[in-house]
Design a binder for this molecule. Structure first.
Ligand code: PLP
Length: 400
């Protein structure tokens, strides 16, 4: 463990009224995060998005020479990173993903860089940290700030062969389920002393008045969810509805959801972090059951490969007959298992001019299976049998 840093006395978390305050009860979690990432300071926030937004503001502050800065983001993820970037005044650019890993290759990200590019967010989506090191070196050479979003890949040191979390200028953590960690809240890890000093001032600048009241936030969150699902539905069906213009016209109405300063009552990140090795081992055991049985199965292509430096958020694979995705997912649900089909490519909402055909293809064929504590090993085995049965039936029908 690293020794506590001097800033610990001064700032640790944001209060409801957008003030920085110290909080001794978070000292242990701070030490763990600093030891994990090599950061100098940690700021605890109500959610990861608030930390990400602040990181992007700080990065922008250092590059006042660029009027409209650009940021490079992956074309498969939730919409949080793009929303935060737009709020912080960036033009968002999306890098298409490699069909095997569902992550952008470094070359694809690099090809988007231009004179206005000042930041890149690397999301270890589904737990994969492939190419992180290479990308970090390139960012450094090109004066591009790197933000690591560890939300899906946070790992104990023992498994952390590629040292995810140690490369980013800023690193964000989420303790909001259904990520790897739970319990609520988020954290921003920082290496730059000047950035730490600047946060206090930023908190008094627009657009931050206050976070929306919890009841309003609940309503807004529900509204945003419905809107998102409806727009994905239109986009998926290819009915020609312009989801980008529609979404961008009302996107700002949901900014109040991105900013949540205050960590929840009873926030105990140290407890979550200290259970990480066991959390990781339980996830990997379940993911291995899927991988060993499914890696060579006709009709699917596995995304979660559990290579070095890989944790597993959900076990993900694509079905080759994409037009059967809903039917297939529904069959698994009817057999009693959790299935999701996340994510819809954010470029479709935020910048469709960046065409990302691979992300589009994956979004139309992906199946994510649970490996967390919501499911037992016996349920994983039963779910595997259900997957095998329905994949076989699909293949059998198509070969007729
Ligand atoms: C990859 C990723 N990063 C960041 C976030 C945001 O986390 P939080 O809900 O703590 O703001 C999410 C979820 O929305 C996510 O999936």
């Amino acid at each position: 463990m690293t020794a506590p840093q001097p800033y610990g006395e001064k700032l640790m978390r944001i209060t409801e009224k957008n003030q920085l305050t110290s909080d001794k009860t978070l000292e242990e979690a701070k030490e763990m995060l600093c030891s994990f990432t090599g950061a100098k300071e940690v700021l605890f926030t109500g959610r990861a998005a608030s930390g990400l937004y602040l990181a992007l503001r700080l990065i922008r502050e250092k590059r006042k020479d660029i009027e409209v800065p650009e940021i490079i983001l992956p074309a498969l993820s939730c919409s949080t990173a793009a929303n935060c970037a737009i709020m912080a005044g960036y033009k968002v650019r999306f890098a298409d993903v490699n069909p095997q890993t569902a992550l952008p290759d470094p070359e694809t990200m690099q090809a988007l860089a231009g004179p206005s590019t000042i930041a890149l967010v690397f999301i270890h989506l589904f737990g994969n940290t492939t190419h992180l090191q290479q990308l970090a070196a390139w960012c450094k050479q090109n004066n591009i700030a790197l933000v690591e979003d560890l939300v899906h890949s946070v790992m104990p040191d023992t498994a952390n062969t590629r040292c995810s979390g140690t490369f980013g200028d800023f690193v964000i953590f989420s303790f909001n389920a259904p990520k790897i960690l739970s319990g609520g809240g988020g954290a921003l890890c920082m290496r730059d002393d000047a950035a730490i000093e600047r946060i206090a001032a930023l908190l008094h600048e627009p657009p931050y008045k206050q976070a929306a009241e919890p009841a309003l936030r609940k309503q807004l969150a529900l509204g945003y969810r419905h809107l998102h699902h409806q727009l994905v539905h239109h986009d998926r069906s290819g009915d020609g509805f312009d989801i980008h213009s529609f979404f961008m016209g009302i996107r700002q109405a949901f900014d109040a959801l991105m900013w949540l300063p205050e960590v929840p009552a009873g926030f105990d990140p140290a407890k979550q972090l200290s259970g990480l090795s066991e959390n990781y081992a339980r996830r990997m055991d379940k993911a291995r059951i899927y991988l060993e049985a499914l890696r060579d199965v006709e009709g699917i292509s596995v995304i979660t490969s559990l290579g070095p430096g890989e944790n597993c958020w959900r076990f993900s694979f694509c079905i080759k007959q994409a037009e059967k995705l809903f039917d297939f997912s529904e069959k698994l649900r009817n057999d009693g298992f959790h299935v999701s089909n996340l994510y819809w490519p954010p470029n479709r909402f935020f910048n469709p001019a960046d065409a990302c055909p691979n992300a589009n293809k994956i979004a139309r064929s992906i199946v994510n299976l649970w490996v967390d504590d919501a499911v037992s090993t016996a349920e994983v085995k039963a779910c595997l049998t259900s997957v095998q049965k329905h994949v076989n039936a699909m293949e059998h029908l198509s070969s007729k």
